[in-house]
Design a protein around this ligand. Structure first.
Ligand code: SF4
Length: 334
């Protein structure tokens, strides 16, 4: 167990963790909601800081990030654990591990991760698969060292990190995909064990940090797919984050405690996509379901095809500008 950042002592040996918006108050000998951070005699230690469960090279589009170094591979690192308890979790095999009390992963540190990323000629390094910010100490050290390699660092997150956590990483992260899992606080409480407002606050704060930001919403039939709720989400992205922030609406397929729940149909996903476009979002994408056009980037001015994507493959080289009318397409293209 290793020392952690982002906590303070309150009374006696009791600790307030400020890594995420749960802000757990943890008595000596107890764990936070994530079960990853433990109060050991008035010091907050983590069972995760040097643990990784998965390492692999992924297309950056798989995160999904469509406007950040498209067509490149990212060295993707996952640990275990989560501060949410989503009943529909698609990575339950790693996200729930600290809850079981058994941590099985291999040890890694910033230096070994960066050496491996270099050897595989990665164009970026992504902390993904589970909620990465639970390993903020490893991320911070890796991201600081990655500057010497000129290797951009990516997060794929549920957006529950505190402002203090974002501040800690502010100058070392380059891009992030954040889930807005629903636009209903009741949904967050019932299905995730969390609240909506901190996620909305975090994405606004991230937007102001200057990290490249894309949003994902997993569309679950009859649960979070009412047109009104999807419209509220699209309006929030448009009005608060900006019309150029890409929105990925992705298809649900049964998982974890919702293994028998119906999958999202093509029609349901297209409805969500259309709602995003009608809200004025310039870049709405469909994922987790085959669609001939749902992964493409079109120029918001002249509607020309700018980037054509098949699943995880770029068919035409991306441009920072529309090839037809020259309109700039926001993102990090090289
Ligand atoms: S990271 Fe979040 S869930 Fe875990 S102990 Fe800290 S405040 Fe609680």
């Amino acid at each position: 167990m290793l020392p952690t950042l982002l906590w303070s002592n309150t009374e006696g040996l009791t600790i307030r963790c400020s890594l995420c918006s749960h802000e757990c108050l943890i008595k000596n000998g107890n764990k936070g909601i994530c079960k990853a951070r433990i109060n050991k005699d008035g010091q907050l230690v983590s069972v995760l800081t040097d643990v990784v469960s998965s390492i692999q090279m992924d297309p950056v589009e798989k995160k999904p990030l469509f406007h950040f170094l498209p067509g490149t591979k990212t060295f993707s690192v996952g640990s275990v654990g989560c501060n949410f308890h989503c009943t529909f979790c698609q990575n339950n095999h790693i996200s729930n591990i600290p809850q079981t009390g058994v941590i099985n992963g291999r040890k890694a540190n910033a230096r070994t991760l960066l050496d491996l990323a270099q050897k595989q000629n990665a164009k970026s390094i992504a902390f993904t698969y589970n909620e990465p910010t639970l390993s903020v100490e490893l991320i911070q050290e890796t991201a600081e060292r990655a500057k010497a390699y000129q290797l951009p660092v990516i997060l794929v997150s549920n957006g529950y990190m505190s402002r203090a956590c974002i501040d800690l990483l502010r100058h070392s992260i380059h891009a992030i995909n954040v889930d807005i899992k629903s636009f209903s606080d009741a949904f967050y409480r019932e299905y995730c064990g969390a609240k909506l407002a901190p996620v909305l606050d975090a994405v606004q704060y991230i937007r102001d940090c200057g990290w490249w930001l894309e949003i994902t919403t997993l569309v679950i039939p009859s649960v979070n797919d009412s047109p009104e709720e999807l419209k509220q989400c699209a309006r929030f992205i448009h009005d608060v984050l900006g019309p150029d922030v890409p929105w990925h609406v992705t298809a649900f397929h049964g998982a974890h405690k919702m293994a028998n729940h119906p999958s999202t149909t093509s029609d349901q996903l297209q409805t969500a996509w259309r709602i995003g476009k009608e809200a004025g979002l310039n870049y709405v994408y469909m994922g987790n379901l085959a669609s001939p056009v749902g992964g493409n980037t079109y120029c918001p001015s002249c509607k020309a095809l700018v980037v054509e994507r098949t699943p995880w493959k770029i068919l035409f080289p991306p441009h920072g500008h529309c090839p037809k009318c020259g309109t700039p397409i926001p993102g990090v293209w090289r």
